[in-house]
Write a protein that binds this ligand. Structure first.
Ligand code: ATP
Ligand code: MG
Length: 559
């Protein structure tokens, strides 16, 4: 029991307290409220894992609510992608809801507020209203329209609704307190005129409710017990409460807003607005470019849902703004793929090896485990022949004792195959090695049980048979930005820090078992890293994305 308490995060503690104070557990209800104006990113995953995680922990429903009150930026494409991503992450929502479904109710409540003398129509310019708003240290002053008679407010609001006014000419404001210490309480705008087509309500409305008015009331309508949002909304909490209290009926639940720190990640940007710029300006190939911090980008890169959930749990939630090291995310996917990905062989930077004592024209199919260290992976046949490719960097004519790869006069083992010894090499006019001549020990086949097969040699190399290898395009990614905090510079644009070398395209050779791999299949290319099949793959061309290299910068920092 004590153990469990310690592991509760501060939001769970708040919920536990509410339960202890008499809130029935069956009243717990959460929501994830994305605005459909872009694709979800790894920051949203923090909110998704948090809200749906609470749902699972307390066996409570979680709604997926599209916060769609700004028709200028919202599209069905985004709605579809958000639903796909939440499902892919492994979560199930209770109801799929839209703030726009509440437009009529919100309008009716606004009329009620006008009738109660708690809202008024203002037709000043936005500059004038801004001036009257004051500053955090200077009180605001009342609008000359603040005491407009109720009947006139009602008539004007109806005219706004009926499209009789131009955009920007009139707003509906809550009549709270222009001298309130909290600036958000100084007669905030509830409605503005926007003559735009809405992706769901079409042209039914030309006035749209503002975020605060919409959010609290939507939570109330859905009877959300804990409305969890990010820290920038902390100062909106007074207004959230004020709005809810205007319609709150004590026989219902009164939702409460609580805040946690946004997830920020090093070496990337995370606002949809900025991600959209990268897409629109062609700096990436799309929202799902494997270098993007979007869920769709990470999926295409080879990330698994489990790795993202695990990352969210490990990074945890916090009350203060902070930046999570992207190396932790990389560690989480590596950790997952280490347990789940079959091991295969590919050569990214090939040099040819000729095994001079292997019979010409002969080939054999060696049984190779997909994972030597874990059960249940099975095996495949790997063809071996007289000519193979190895990585260029795995051969040196001469090298010191620490070079446990191939060098002249020394032996190495070929993974799943034989021990070979380098006898000589051929070089071009630039001195580059173009061919290595080796001999092999025919009795040394891995797993054959012979004395020679058990012989220990330092160094095992991956390889592919020249005759059987298939071509593949391998896309190797580096960070999209060269700076740890690309949007943290006052005098520079985040795009100034784009890494010009974030994508390297390699023409590689892979073993033939990969021929029929499907989009999103994930593998470890032995000694190289984790790779997954890209959607650009066709029946004649394989394309792989490198998810992460094997080397783990996070683990290293940890030690
Ligand atoms: P952005 O600034 O990237 O556009 P947003 O907050 O406007 O993000 P919404 O679609 O409004 O995006 O967010 C949906 C939910 O996800 C909100 O509850 C929001 O607080 C949460 N969220 C968004 N970004 C993050 C983040 N970086 N970390 C944690 N939660 C986030
Ligand atoms: Mg938003």
């Amino acid at each position: 029991m004590e153990e469990e308490k310690k592991s509760l995060n501060f939001l769970e503690q708040i919920i536990e307290e509410d339960l202890a104070n008499g809130l029935p557990q069956e009243k717990l209800r959460f929501r994830f409220p994305p605005e459909p104006n872009g694709y979800l990113h790894i920051g949203h995953a923090a909110s998704i894992c948090l809200n749906f995680g609470l749902g699972l922990r307390y066996n409570a429903p979680v709604n997926l609510r599209f916060d769609d009150t700004n028709p200028a930026k919202e599209e069905q494409e985004y709605v579809d992608s958000i639903k796909h991503d939440v499902k892919w992450l492994g979560f199930e929502w209770d109801k799929e809801l839209y703030s726009s479904d509440y437009f009529q109710q919100l309008f009716d409540w606004a009329v009620q507020l006008i009738k109660e003398g708690k809202a008024y129509v203002d037709n000043q310019s936005s500059e004038e209203m801004a001036k009257q708003k004051g500053t955090p240290t200077e009180l605001g002053t009342n609008s000359p329209n603040r005491d407009r008679p109720i009947e006139e407010n009602l008539a004007l609001f109806l005219q706004m609704k009926n499209g009789e006014f131009e955009e920007g000419s009139h707003v509906l404001r809550a009549k709270i307190d222009m001298k309130h210490v909290n600036m958000h309480m100084r007669d905030p705008i509830m409605y503005r005129i926007l003559k735009k087509h809405h992706h769901r309500t079409g042209n039914d409305w030309c006035i749209y409710p503002m975020y605060d008015w919409t959010h609290g009331e939507s939570d109330y309508i859905e009877q959300i017990s804990h409305s969890i949002c990010t820290l920038e909304f902390k100062s909106h909490r007074d207004l959230y409460d004020w709005y809810v209290d205007q319609v709150y009926d004590t026989s219902n639940l009164r939702p409460k807003q609580r805040e946690f720190a946004r997830r920020n990640l090093s070496y990337t940007v995370m606002s949809k607005r900025k991600l959209l710029q990268l897409v629109e300006e062609g700096l990436v190939s799309g929202w799902d470019d494997p270098r993007m911090p979007t869920i769709s980008g990470l999926r295409r890169r080879g990330y698994t849902p489990a790795s993202i959930r695990n990352f969210s749990d490990t990074a945890g939630i916090s009350k203060r703004d902070n930046v999570t090291d992207v190396a932790l995310l990389e560690h989480c996917i590596k950790d997952d793929l280490n347990k789940t990905a079959p091991r295969v062989m590919a050569v990214l930077d090939p040099v040819k090896v000729i095994i001079t004592n292997y019979p010409k024209g002969e080939e054999e199919f060696l049984d190779a485990n997909y994972n030597d260290y874990a059960e249940g992976f099975g095996s495949r046949a790997v063809p071996f022949s007289r000519e193979i490719y190895i990585e260029k960097e795995d051969f040196r004519e001469e090298a010191n004792k620490k070079f446990f790869r191939l060098k002249l006069g020394k032996e190495v083992r070929l993974k799943n195959a034989y021990i070979i010894k380098a006898e000589s090499c051929v070089k071009d006019e630039n001195g580059e090695v173009t061919e290595i001549h080796c001999t092999y020990d025919p009795n040394s086949l891995s797993g054959s049980g012979t004395e020679a097969s058990k012989r220990k040699v330092k160094g095992t190399l991956h390889w592919v048979s020249v005759k059987h290898a298939i071509n593949a395009e391998v896309r190797v990614y580096d960070r999209l930005f060269t700076d740890e905090a690309p949007d943290g510079h006052k005098d520079k644009d985040f795009k100034d820090f784009i890494n010009p070398n974030s994508l390297t395209i390699i023409d590689a050779f892979v073993e033939p078992s990969l021929k029929n791999s499907k989009n999103l299949d994930r593998f470890q290319f032995q000694r190289l890293g984790y790779f997954c099949v890209d959607k650009d793959t066709t029946s004649t061309k394989l394309v792989f994305n490198r998810t992460v290299p094997l080397r783990d910068s996070w683990a290293k920092m940890d030690n």
